[in-house]
Design a protein around this ligand. Structure first.
Ligand SMILES: NC(=O)c1ccc[n+]([C@@H]2O[C@H](COP(=O)([O-])OP(=O)(O)OC[C@H]3O[C@@H](n4cnc5c(N)ncnc54)[C@H](OP(=O)(O)O)[C@@H]3O)[C@@H](O)[C@H]2O)c1
Length: 343
């Protein structure tokens, strides 16, 4: 397992993070579709991850209404001090007018709930789950800054922001002299490369780390689904993230070919492609079963050749969009080439 600094911080994170969205014991609920691993399996998964070198675990206040945080805290037990916990704030499950978003009130209340459920007195990475369009960003930043000064939170990150929102938050924190967001958590996969247009270039330019979620597009990139509509798992009922299937199955065909030649699984090649990508700090793996986790953990050992990466890049290419294509059309400069020498 490799470790990378999280953006411009002194914090080192493993290149795989364990996602705990499947930690849930409510089979019938919405999140029951994502997973109902139960405490015993959750504890096993956490221990397997630590044994493999993972040092960071991702959850959210809203995952199964706090159950994921509770199960993660319990699974970690006294190993908590040796690892990093990343959780999120924005959504709650209550219907009140102040129960959503990142107002000072919501943040101050939600952090206490997360600390209690996790059984810890600090959160390593506290992430804003999505941009709050009604609360002034200044209010959110000042509240998060207070949490860092109080020692309840060590670093702050954001998730699901667009590039202009990331840049605005970064600039505003500098102006206010408050704690800056150090990481971006966002969706990126071989069937979802939109991040490459604006968010990866913005993160590289601003020195933010990236935590990549849904790297298998909810299981699609494990190769267990086919064009005939066969294959079982969460995508049968919950098609998140959305996949454009015609191109998606061409990607899976290429993945199968490479996986066969390397005696690896399709999921491992999908994850390894992300681990080879510029600007990726850590890939958040998800699993509903122990064997899936074991499969995914081995992705860290897979080396892809330049030719294999090129083939996967080509079959998964996204349509060039203005203004990103302008420099390459005029000067032959690729989207990320100016950062190549800096990594
Ligand atoms: N910030 C956000 O808004 C956000 C959003 C989503 C996720 N996340 C984070 O990212 C983590 C991972 O997201 P994700 O669960 O969507 O990841 P994913 O890797 O795209 O999907 C994981 C699912 O794919 C299937 N799977 C995983 N490994 C497999 C394998 N080797 N073979 C076959 N099937 C396999 C399992 O579901 P089935 O067995 O049911 O098919 C598993 O639950 C979450 O736990 C959470 O921490 C964050």
């Amino acid at each position: 397992m490799k470790y990378k600094s999280l953006g411009n911080t002194g914090l080192y994170v493993s290149e795989l993070t364990l996602g705990t969205m499947t930690f849930n014991n409510e089979v019938g609920s919405f999140l029951g579709m994502i997973g109902a691993t139960g405490q015993e399996l959750a504890t096993k998964m956490v221990n397997l991850s630590i044994d493999a070198g993972i040092n960071i675990f991702d959850t959210a206040n809203v995952y199964s209404s706090g159950i994921s945080e509770m199960m993660l805290g319990k699974a970690l037990g006294n190993k908590r001090k040796d690892v990093l916990i990343a959780t999120k704030v924005y959504s709650t499950m209550s219907p009140g007018p102040n129960d959503l978003g990142t107002s000072r009130l919501a943040i101050m209340r939600e952090v206490e709930g997360s600390l209690k459920r996790l059984g810890t007195d600090y959160i390593d990475l506290y992430q804003v789950h999505q941009f709050d369009t009604t609360t002034p960003l200044e209010e959110t930043l000042k509240a998060l800054d207070d949490l860092v000064r109080q020692g309840k939170v060590r670093y702050i990150g954001l998730s699901n922001f667009s590039a202009w929102q990331i840049a605005k938050a970064d600039g505003m924190a500098k102006l206010l002299n408050t704690e800056k967001f150090c990481s971006v958590q966002a969706y990126y996969s071989l069937v979802g490369r939109e991040l490459e247009r604006e968010i990866i270039p913005a993160s590289l330019d601003l020195g933010l780390g990236t935590l990549i979620y849904s790297p298998l597009a909810g299981g699609f990139l494990s190769g267990k689904y086919n064009r005939e509509g066969e294959g079982s798992g969460r995508r049968e009922k919950f098609k998140f993230p959305p996949v454009e299937e015609e191109q998606g199955f061409n990607v899976v065909d290429k993945l199968m070919e490479i996986a066969d030649s390397k005696n690896a699984s399709v999921a491992q090649i999908s994850l390894a492609w992300l681990l080879h990508k510029q600007g990726v700090t850590s890939v958040i793996i998800g699993a509903r079963k122990e064997e899936q986790l074991i499969d995914n953990l081995s992705a860290a050992d897979i080396e892809l050749s330049d030719e294999e990466i090129k083939q996967l890049d080509e079959v998964s290419a996204i349509k060039p969009e203005y203004p990103q294509y302008f420099p390459s059309m005029v000067r032959g400069e690729s989207l990320l080439s100016r950062f190549q020498s800096e990594e």
